[in-house]
Design a protein around this ligand. Structure first.
Ligand code: KG4
Ligand code: ZN
Length: 332
């Protein structure tokens, strides 16, 4: 019998809904980005995000059901991101999910946004084997995670300061490239020389943790002392430094746990250089690499539905009084 999960994601500035059949068949994935609303402020404005989610959530859910070709009363489970994220933004999705579950008289489950990112790879490669190493690089998090089984995670390393995506966004803002910064740096880097400037690679020899705040400062200092520098060279050299450390540590993690392969996850996993160099590394070191398509790396609701469906079958539903938690950790 078919099992339909409606996923809902509103943790930051994307209003998203998706319909999943079973564990890995995506029937629809609708993402309405608010990036243009926030661009003139140079970053996400929480109050604007919440208000936009309120306006968009109903049409986005309707589109997801329509594209999937099912009616609301055919949904078997409603899965929604309950944290981490912006509290007001999370509450919009959570309230909508609870209301829909009550109306349709179906179970509801709260999903950890980080766990959802981990499940993006499984949507396209359902047969992945454990233990896997996942490099989770998003706007708010940078982690190396060992997945020992479904729902069985072990954090191998994490950033001690800025997340990789945060570094991309801050450097882009400083260089006047606008918001969101990651895609802008990615694009501009294609015209620059990644070896033009030797930016620092922090904590190279120290285990599996990361640090990116010194790199951001190094970029600012370099541009201040070299006002005529080619911005494309700065972007490309900055990106090269980030990707160097991400892959150095990811390779170390794969070796350390004897992983079956390396998965990329999170918005920064959409980065062209990171994707290309992950594939090179996989070829040269002889371990498989799994790169979800770009639209599954950045925030979407298909990954929320996938993580939610899996959790629901293992642990059952969430209580309807579940609250939003802006700093929900991966391991509760
Ligand atoms: O996973 P995500 O969509 O949202 C969070 O959970 O944070 O990640 C957003 C982050 C932003 O910092 C954005 O600049 C970055 O992912 N990003 C990229 C690229 N696309 C998105 N960073 C580098 N290159 C990209 N192509
Ligand atoms: Zn995310």
């Amino acid at each position: 019998m078919t099992f339909y999960t409606l996923g809902i994601e509103t943790s930051c500035d994307e209003t998203a809904a998706a319909v999943l059949e079973g564990h890995d068949t995506v029937l629809s994935s609708v993402v309405s980005s608010q990036a243009q609303l926030h661009a003139r402020f140079g970053g996400v404005v929480p109050e604007i995000a919440s208000r936009a989610h309120v306006e968009l959530i109903t049409p986005v859910v309707a589109d997801a059901l329509g594209e999937a070709g099912i009616r609301g009363n055919q949904v078997d489970l409603v899965a929604v991101t309950s944290g981490p994220g912006l509290i007001g933004a999370l509450l919009v999705g959570l309230s909508a999910a609870k209301a829909l579950a009550l109306v349709w008289d179906v179970p509801f489950i709260g999903v950890n946004h980080l766990e959802a990112h981990l499940y993006a790879s499984f949507l396209e490669e359902p047969e992945l084997e454990f233990p896997l190493v996942v490099l989770l690089v998003s706007g708010g998090h940078t982690m190396l995670i060992e997945m020992r089984g479904h729902g069985d995670f072990h954090i191998l390393g994490r950033t001690v300061d800025d997340a990789a995506g945060e570094a991309f966004d801050k450097v882009a803002r400083y260089l006047g490239l606008g918001y969101p910064g990651g895609p802008a740096i990615d694009l501009l880097s294609m015209e620059g020389d990644p070896e033009a400037i030797d930016f620092p690679r922090a904590m190279r020899n120290e285990g599996l943790d990361f640090s990116f705040s010194g790199l951001k400062t190094a970029v600012v200092n370099h541009v201040r002392s070299n006002p005529d520098v080619d911005v494309a060279d700065v972007a490309a050299s900055f990106q090269e430094a980030v990707v160097d450390v991400l892959l150095l540590k990811a390779e170390r993690a794969v070796e350390q746990v004897g992983a079956t392969g390396l998965c990329l996850a999170g918005g920064v996993a959409a980065n062209s250089s990171l994707r290309e160099r992950t594939l090179d590394l996989s070829m040269s070191r002889g371990f498989p690499a799994y790169l979800p398509s770009r639209s599954m790396c950045t925030d979407n609701a298909a990954m929320v539905a996938a993580a939610g469906a899996r959790r629901f079958h293992d642990d059952g539903p969430s209580p309807l009084d579940l609250g939003a938690d802006s700093s929900l950790p991966l391991l509760g």
